[in-house]
Design a binder for this molecule. Structure first.
Ligand code: FDA
Length: 384
């Protein structure tokens, strides 16, 4: 076997950033990917009958205040001026999110100024002390008061976690942002936008280098393929971005995740909901939100005006075999994570990275930023 200078397991943003940096530094890199496409969870593809770009593993909005990451991303794609905004339906009425002066005034049928809205929320929030709150419910009420908490947080969170909010730990939320202006821009970052010709084009450009070979449909643990774990660990440097517990054959126990189910439909209307994302705050609607993908790219004039693609999103705990999406992070998970961290320290020649390899939620800009510093600080010198 003609072995590469570096093996990268997984072709998400973390793996491809490492591969791109290493290839540019002159190393021969092989990327193996279990799925039949590159890109990890940021992968997107056109829905075949409409051409509307759908994010296959959940909606992905790019935003960052990290100038280095922004400059790096712009080497592979231009961005549209898209600005993310989210609305929520409660009791048959649509409200803007994150909770802002518009939400408060609509909810209370009032015309509060920023100052009087602050006073109102402070008074409503005095029922519990956030510092000593025992449950998510107590914490939520302590942060924004019972009326807003019950309308916008309780049902939505209970659906996300399949558990009543009164039984969830307070640690599930650290803060609930309330804006005392009418600004309902979702992200506060300096830079925001969507890749002009889609995520997959961006990710494929990162892998497009003569020193990079990508092998799709190739599982690191499949011993019938030559670059499998047993054959290569200790033989060449490896960056592993798959699930941490799977690497160590669940030695310290499985780490728990939430997963999502997506129900996609093509509808014979030009516009279904008038906005990219509608949350559903109430328990009587079983899904958490609906994405209508055409609205992510209003500039694409070629999208049909008589059909649209919507995706309903449902949230649940992941079983074995489900796609892991969000770390649950129970006290048991945190204990196990410590045990796995010790194991990773002892695993010489393997760098663990990305959201699955470190068991943490990472936005795309964080995965790219972490990969750039992992390359710079851990790999560049050791692989030269
Ligand atoms: P990622 O999971 O993308 O890649 C890991 C790759 O490793 C996968 O392709 C997997 O198939 C492969 N792999 C695993 N095991 C393997 C094995 N044994 N052999 C070979 N390959 C293997 N971020 C953001 O900035 N804005 C947003 O709006 C969103 N939205 C969003 C929605 C949802 C539902 C989720 C779950 C996540 C987001 N994100 C996000 C986060 C974003 O998805 C995340 O930052 C990137 O996926 C991180 O890239 P990684 O490379 O770390 O993992």
């Amino acid at each position: 076997m003609n072995s590469p200078d570096l093996l990268v397991v997984g072709s998400g943003f973390f793996g491809l950033t490492i591969a791109e940096q290493a290839a540019a530094a002159g190393l021969r890199v092989t990327v193996i990917e279990r799925r039949s496409h590159v890109g990890g969870n940021a992968y997107s593809e056109p829905e075949p009958s409409t051409g509307i770009e759908v994010h296959r593993y959940g909606a992905h909005l790019f935003h960052t205040s990290n100038e280095k990451v922004w400059a790096y991303a712009n080497r592979f794609t231009a961005f549209t001026p898209y600005v993310h905004r989210v609305y929520t339906t409660h009791n048959g009425e649509v409200f803007p999110l994150p909770i802002n002066l518009g939400t408060i005034n609509q909810f209370f049928r009032a015309a509060h100024s920023p100052a009087s809205a602050r006073d109102l929320i402070a008074e409503l929030a005095s029922e519990f002390d956030a510092a000593t709150a025992q449950s998510l419910e107590e914490k939520g009420v302590a942060l924004i008061g019972r009326p807003l908490y019950e309308a916008f947080i309780a049902g939505y969170t209970a659906k996300q976690w399949q558990t009543p909010a009164s039984e969830l730990p307070a640690s599930v939320i650290s803060r609930l942002p309330v804006r005392y202006t009418y600004d309902n821009r979702y992200f506060n970052d300096t830079h925001e936008g969507l890749p002009v010709d889609g995520y997959t084009a961006w990710l494929e450009r990162m892998a497009d280098h003569p020193n990079i070979e990508v092998r799709l449909d190739t599982d690191f643990f499949d011993e019938s393929q030559p670059l499998n774990k047993r054959a290569v660990v200790g033989q060449l440097p490896i960056v592993y971005t798959g699930p941490l517990d799977r690497y160590f054959e669940f030695e310290a126990g499985p780490l728990s995740w939430r997963t999502l189910d997506f129900e996609q439909e093509v509808l014979p209307v030009g516009d279904f909901q008038g906005t990219p994302v509608m949350n559903f705050a109430d328990l009587d609607v079983p899904y958490t939100r609906i994405h209508e993908f055409r609205h992510f790219h209003p500039e694409r004039e070629w999208y049909p005006d008589d059909r649209t693609v919507i995706v309903r999103e449902y949230s649940r705990f992941a079983d074995q075999g489900d796609e892991p999406y969000y770390p649950v992070n129970t006290p048991t998970d945190r204990q196990r994570l410590l045990a796995y961290r010790e194991l990773t320290e002892a695993e010489k020649g393997v760098v663990f990275g990305g959201r699955l390899g470190t068991y943490q939620y990472l936005d795309m800009h964080m995965a790219i930023g972490a990969a750039l510093s992992t390359w710079e600080n851990k790999l560049r010198l050791s692989t030269n």
